[in-house]
Design a protein around this ligand. Structure first.
Ligand code: BDR
Ligand code: CA
Length: 325
């Protein structure tokens, strides 16, 4: 199996990603690190701990950055989300009243480790005898912080497979995808760090949408992971309908597809060695992924961009992982 650290901002698609990574025999999940993103850090952390507990625990969880490197937190991400709150949460156990912000799971039975995520990443990578695959599926803050703390960790990275950006496609703004928009500087550092980076863009994740029948296939597995993944996919489909997107043929489970691409790289088709950068200008295209397709562009870039996902194959890979008890 591949040694993997998964970096999340849980989030419903992150939750499916965590369960797939915990159950896939192709992955040795060293740890889950958590960042701000879909919600303030205290909620993304609690959600992550709930998912890991639900799956039986055994994987350490590290709380990471509660704020982006430079940019201000996106609106609605700061209430109860400060670093102090998270420190208190780690000390006391769970002291948050989470209501709608939580996933519909029992309270966590495990706690976050004391070490901050970026410090853990540096330590784990320095000491790993094998190279490690990093899978950031939220804003890239934790990975970028670790790279800034010790740039030499790049030598211990097998590959970074990240969910973010879109080639001429945005979801948070017309130009930018959510994860890269939430911390553009961090995304820029990660893309430019020198390690091999494979980017699961919105182009790719949006090409493999799961529908109601697919949700039922997860439920039919009869395993805890299948049951919860099925519920989450249904929840996402209801949300798409609420937003008036019912005609999009299902929901893109971005982060789960990203883990899927590590379990079986043949599920994605990539354009290799495309120079990539992020707009950090703070204007209307802030956080935009720029893929340089010019014939004159440097051809030995370590970044590759995924444009499509083979839906049936990805579904089969995820179902196989979640069939494991
Ligand atoms: C990404 O943003 C988050 O909302 C999702 O969890 C996913 O990682 C999609 O743009
Ligand atoms: Ca995410």
């Amino acid at each position: 199996p591949k040694k993997v650290i998964l970096d999340v901002d849980t989030g419903s698609d992150d939750a499916v990603a965590i369960m797939a990574a915990m159950r896939s025999p192709q992955i040795e999940l060293m740890a889950v690190t958590v960042t701000h993103g879909n919600q303030p850090l205290c909620y993304t952390l609690d959600n992550t701990l709930r998912v890991v507990s639900y799956m039986g625990g055994g994987v350490p969880v590290y709380a990471g950055s509660s704020e982006p490197m430079v940019k201000k937190l996106l609106p609605g991400r700061s209430q109860n989300g400060g670093q102090q709150d998270v420190q208190k949460m780690i000390k006391d156990g769970k002291e948050f009243s989470l209501h709608q912000k939580t996933l519909d799971l029992p309270e966590a039975t495990c706690r976050a480790e004391e070490m901050p995520a970026a410090a853990y990443l540096v330590q784990a990578l320095r000491h790993s005898t094998e190279k490690v695959t990093l899978i950031p599926v939220g804003p890239c803050t934790n990975i970028a912080m670790a790279l800034r703390m010790d740039p030499s960790i790049v030598e211990h990275i097998e590959e970074i497979v990240c969910m973010g950006g879109g080639d001429n496609l945005g979801n948070r703004t017309a130009a930018a995808e959510f994860n890269f928009y939430a911390d553009p500087e961090a995304a820029k550092i990660v893309l430019g760090c020198g390690a091999k980076v494979r980017i699961l863009t919105l182009n790719a994740t949006g090409s493999a949408r799961f529908d109601w029948a697919d949700a039922q296939k997860f439920l039919d597995l009869g395993t805890p992971a299948g049951e919860f993944a099925g519920q989450l996919i249904r929840h996402r489909l209801e949300f798409e309908e609420m937003k008036g997107n019912a005609d999009t043929n299902g929901t893109a489970v971005h982060d789960a597809l990203t883990v899927c691409a590590v379990i079986d790289p043949s599920v994605i088709s990539c354009q290799e060695q495309i120079p990539c950068d992020i707009d950090i200008g703070g204007s209307i295209s802030d956080g935009q992924l720029l893929c340089d397709h010019r014939a004159t562009a440097k051809k030995d870039a370590p970044t590759s961009v995924a444009y499509t996902v083979d839906k049936e194959r990805a579904l089969a890979v995820l179902l196989a992982a979640m069939a494991e008890r």
